[in-house]
Write a protein that binds this ligand. Structure first.
Ligand SMILES: [Zn+2]
Length: 94
């Protein structure tokens, strides 16, 4: 009869938020719609990207609802690229 040796689990649970089933909200002030797109930007390149809602929350990204994503306007000199284009199904490569 052996003693269970070294089987004590020391797995640490990472505190990553569970995304499934959790509705994220639009980050626009005063808007309580659920987020439908993720906005990221790169200041150095004056570039804004709109992507399908990221699975994980990114501190450098903003979640936007469909309405605000569509109405997004970039500051003068900035470029907005909407990468959510439905016409390109292979765009969602992981
Ligand atoms: Zn919104």
């Amino acid at each position: 009869m052996g003693v269970a040796f070294g089987l004590r689990s020391t797995i640490r649970r990472e505190r990553s938020p569970t995304v499934s089933g959790v509705a994220r909200q639009c980050s626009k002030t005063g808007c309580s719609d659920s987020a439908a797109a993720t906005l990221t930007y790169q200041y150095a390149h004056a570039q804004v990207w709109l992507d399908p809602l990221h699975a994980e929350r990114d501190p450098h990204a903003y979640d936007l609802c469909e309405r605000h994503a569509r109405r997004l306007t970039a500051p003068q000199g900035w470029q907005v690229r909407d990468r959510r284009a439905p016409s390109r199904p292979n765009l969602l490569a992981v």
